[in-house]
Design a protein around this ligand. Sequence first.
Ligand SMILES: N[C@@H](CCC(=O)N[C@@H](CS)C(=O)NCC(=O)O)C(=O)O
Length: 199
Amino acid sequence: MLVRPRLYTYRRCPFAIRSRLALYQAKIDYESIEISLKDKPSDFLALSPKGTVPVLVDNNGIVIEESLEIMFWALDKYDPDHWILNDNNFSQELINENDFNFKKNLDQYKYADRFPEHSKEYYRSQCEVFLNLLNEKLKSKNYLMAERISLADVAIFPFIRQFYLVDEEWFLNSKYQELKKWLQSLLESQMFKDVMKKN
Ligand SMILES: N[C@@H](CCC(=O)N[C@@H](CS)C(=O)NCC(=O)O)C(=O)O
């Protein structure tokens, strides 16, 4: 019997969301295992001792422990809308900026009470450096890298969603018009609704 790939995931985790979107886009039939981050099962930790989601176990039992690698694994198999662009370097730079600097600032904004050195507003202003960069990109085209969706949009928007959810009113009243439109279109997309469905 053919073994399906298994994805250990957490519904609201932005890293897991981006991986699920790529698996969805590539039409991969996989088993989804929702993990409680507060009580990680021992079989999951045995597979991946670093204990972060998402983790994919492919049909051959190979363990992939990084969300971006899971995206590439899926899209290398089938990438019907060419999310992987020919010049992947620029996408990668932007995704790295998201995953390292923006994500750190976002966590401090989200959990500002745990970082009393600065105010919540300060951490938010740190996040805005990246918001500005994205908004500028979106002034000249509909998506971050092109007129159509590509890997960078899908890899980054779950984090902008998380930023938006910290203080929806602030975001909706902010000056980032193009970014708001971009986020809204992705949040309303069928693929996003489908990967967020509760099992
Ligand atoms: N670099 C990893 C980061 C994944 C990550 O940090 N996921 C968070 C959830 S959003 C996690 O599992 N944290 C561990 C925990 O909360 O115990 C990736 O891209 O997959």
